[in-house]
Ligand binder design. Structure first.
Ligand code: 0WD
Length: 256
């Protein structure tokens, strides 16, 4: 369907074909969106170029963006403004924590490991929202990716769980700030999906097995399910929704 025909959407965080952001890309592309991509690493950029080619998709623009740097964020959105003009959505699908902080005890988290996880995984949404709002002159929708480790203690998720709690609180405060510009801010809380980042957290298989065992739908979610839920948030179908965290987790979060 053409839900997003003529809409310019920025997608941040396609590392490879397993990335959640790539599932989102498929859903938004099928809905007719014009897609602008940002990558941090040259390696991801090359992979994305190949992925687009092999899927017969044409990107509107590819730009570099390291969310650890305000200058990089400013430069990325300045380039998008110059070459594309108005944007209608941003997909924030980036996070980072040191591998050694994603196992063992949370109590062992280092000061710089804590700050790094907060910076890349939570503050980046604040900085990106502020840069993107200048380009969202026709209103817009910002969607980020979170995980249930923000609400409950999930073994090994540790410092990232605390960063996701910060991210979800940011979604609510940003939703209030952006509402007056007709910009909505929401999050999707996906169940575990095997990606490059997921491999960095110890015990991925245990997490996936628990979903099959306990979730009402008794199966794991995939990138396309997150993509379609994101399409809902980006499109006008969700025009009454902001500051929300939507679980796309086969219903796992309701089970005690
Ligand atoms: O089970 C999972 N995989 C879940 C992931 C369940 C629920 C939520 N999520 C979240 C993640 O925490 C993250 O926020 O979804 C988001 C995307 O994660 P993913 O798809 O699992 O991971 P991956 O494919 O590794 O993509 C992460 C991206 C990469 O993109 P680039 O283009 O940079 O290679 O985050 C990127 C990472 O490199 N990233 C950064 N991007 C810009 N600036 C930075 C940075 N400083 N650091 C990491």
């Amino acid at each position: 369907s053409g839900l997003l025909e003529g809409k310019n959407i920025v997608i941040m965080g396609v590392a490879n074909e397993r990335s959640i952001a790539w599932g989102i890309t498929r859903s938004l592309h099928n809905a007719g969106a014009n897609l602008i991509f940002t990558n941090r690493q040259e390696r991801s950029h090359q992979k994305l170029v190949k992925l687009l080619e092999s899927n017969n998709m044409e990107a509107t623009l590819l730009v570099n963006c390291d969310v650890a740097s305000d200058e990089s964020i400013q430069a990325a959105f300045a380039e998008i403004k110059e070459k594309v003009g108005v944007i209608h959505g941003v997909i924030h699908s980036v996070a980072f924590a040191k591998r050694e902080e994603l196992k063992g005890e949370y109590a062992d988290t280092s000061r710089d490991g804590f700050l790094l996880a907060q910076e890349i995984s939570a503050y980046s949404l604040v900085a990106v929202t502020n840069a993107a709002k200048e380009l969202m002159t026709e209103g817009g929708s910002i969607v980020t990716q979170t995980y249930i480790g923000s609400e409950r203690v999930i073994p090994n998720y540790n410092v990232m769980g605390v960063a996701k709690a910060s991210l979800e609180a940011s979604v609510r405060y940003l939703a209030e700030d952006m509402g007056k510009y007709n910009i909505r801010v929401n999050a999707i809380s996906a169940g575990p999906i095997r990606t490059l980042s997921a491999k960095g957290v110890s015990g991925f298989n245990d997490k996936a097995n628990v979903i099959v065992e306990k979730a009402p739908l008794r199966r794991n979610v995939d990138q396309d399910q997150v993509g379609d839920a994101t399409l809902f948030f980006v499109s006008d179908l969700s025009r009454g929704v902001t500051g929300e965290v939507l679980h796309v987790d086969s219903g796992f979060h309701i089970i005690g």
